[in-house]
Design a protein around this ligand. Structure first.
Ligand SMILES: Cc1cc2nc3c(=O)[nH]c(=O)nc-3n(C[C@H](O)[C@H](O)[C@H](O)COP(=O)(O)OP(=O)(O)OC[C@H]3O[C@@H](n4cnc5c(N)ncnc54)[C@H](O)[C@@H]3O)c2cc1C
Length: 424
């Protein structure tokens, strides 16, 4: 079998590349997807009248084209929602972002955070060497100790000292020092962060977007796992067949892809320098309506999870009337056991999110093996080396996992367009 363009993986990035190729009149591509359904992390599943995404998958659209494309694909099946997010720490409920809402802390913690910030401000500024230094310099030690350190340690699976700070510009809101201090006195009437508003399908969960993109794609083949790639001869092995190609697009996790290049030990070895985190998601369907919120962060060490979200809060169609659904995110290294479920329930009851008398309709675990590419000291060089070498050889890496970066669905959509235009 011969194709002009072979696209590996039908998550949002692969789907967007194929969609845009087809929009440009090109159908000589093959979009190979290992699973039975397309969508990757953006796929949704329905169970007993509930719709679940792979944890929360909300659309953060910041470009004109991103908005235009999603509106074209989903038509009137789209809502714009205001974020309702908090941080729970030591019995305090602090609005997100923590560093701009110190007023919600108990007085002694509020005072300590303000003093810590002033202390940090008095020190001469220097280029931070790692994420810990960046936090200490930007917010002071108490904010770091109460929120930034424990939350990021759970999320990244390592100390913030091991992380670089080249990812945090877009993701960690940075109010001015004056604003942080003022927030210790009163709430600031200001929206911070990329996700103050987000979009979400009215029906069908995030998977509605996948369905709209995949509809009519002539080259999409599911249950087709690519098992090895020969870049020299431009061939791939998949489903017992040899596929020859002219261009290759990779959206698989970069280390997974590098290990498929069996005849390229120099490239394969780069995979060993890339680390990632996995996420366990515990989903709960409850026979009661939960007071609305979007998501809540849990930095405290005694809570096994680091974030929960109200899936049924994003769309009324995500749960039957009178019911709610929650997704609870835990580090992938923790066990998915009955004992862990009891710990989760205990923590949720203790925080007043659920009640011990609530009827649980059902629950299930999901494991997301590739969740976050870890921004440690080795990442940037290894990624650059791999991506640049591959591009010179006609293989283009795209998406959050293909480029091994911290990015969102909108980037997948835009990169798909850019790649299609490049290939045409
Ligand atoms: C916990 C979590 C929450 C997130 N929340 C949000 C959010 O709220 N908003 C947002 O914008 N983004 C969010 N993201 C990011 C978002 O999921 C990604 O940006 C996006 O899904 C990336 O899509 P992709 O197509 O690049 O990768 P993927 O979705 O991983 O797709 C890759 C595809 O390749 C397939 N594949 C793997 N191996 C093979 C093989 N050998 N052969 C063929 N196919 C193969 C996989 O089955 C998969 O379908 C979140 C991510 C995580 C982990």
């Amino acid at each position: 079998m011969h194709v002009k363009t072979l696209i590996l993986g039908a998550g949002l990035t692969g789907l967007s590349t194929a969609y845009h190729l087809q929009q440009l009149g090109k159908t000589d591509y093959l979009l190979a997807e290992r699973q039975a359904v397309p969508g990757g992390l953006c796929a949704s599943q329905t169970r007993k009248g509930f719709t679940f995404d792979c944890s929360g998958h909300l659309l953060h659209l910041h470009t004109d084209y991103g908005k235009k494309l999603v509106k074209k694909l989903l038509k009137n099946n789209l809502s714009r929602i205001r974020r309702r997010a908090w941080i729970y720490t030591a019995n305090a409920r602090v609005p997100f972002p923590f560093q701009a809402n110190l007023f919600a802390l108990p007085p002694e913690r509020r005072q300590a955070c303000a003093e810590g910030l002033l202390k940090a401000a008095a020190k001469p500024a220097r280029e931070p060497n790692n994420f810990e230094q960046w936090c200490l310099q930007s917010f002071g030690k108490p904010i770091y100790d109460i929120f930034m350190r424990p939350y990021n340690t759970k999320l990244w699976g390592c100390s913030p000292r091991r992380l670089t700070c080249d990812w945090c510009g877009d993701f960690v809101p940075l109010p001015s020092r004056e604003e942080i201090l003022l927030s210790a006195q009163k709430p600031l009437r200001k929206d911070y962060g990329y996700n103050a508003y987000f979009y979400y399908p009215k029906r069908g969960g995030c998977g509605a977007l996948v369905g709209a993109l995949a509809k009519g794609l002539k080259g999409l083949r599911t249950r087709l796992a690519v098992t090895s790639i020969d870049l020299k001869n431009k061939t791939a092995q998949a489903g017992g067949k040899t596929i020859t190609f002219e261009n290759l697009v990779n959206t698989l996790p970069l280390p997974v892809f590098l290990r498929l290049l069996k005849a390229e030990p120099r490239l394969t070895r780069l995979a060993d320098r890339l680390t990632h985190t996995s996420v366990n998601v515990y989903n709960l369907a409850l026979k009661k309506e939960i007071a609305p919120f979007s998501w809540i962060y849990f930095p405290d060490e005694q809570d096994p999870f680091y974030r929960i979200g109200l899936q049924s809060g994003f769309s009324a169609a995500n749960a039957p009337a009178g019911a709610s659904s929650l997704y609870i995110e835990l580090p992938g290294a923790l066990p998915r056991s009955k004992q862990m479920e009891k710990r989760i329930w205990k923590a949720l009851i203790q925080k007043g999110i659920i009640d011990r008398h609530d009827e649980v309709l059902f629950s299930f675990w999901q494991f997301l093996p590739y969740a976050y590419a870890v921004y440690d000291k080795r990442r940037s060089r290894a990624v650059r080396q791999a991506v640049e070498t591959l591009a010179k050889r006609g293989c283009f890496c795209a998406g959050r996992y293909g480029k091994w970066e911290y990015s969102f669905m909108e980037s997948s959509l835009l990169e798909g367009l850019a790649l299609a235009e490049k290939l045409v």
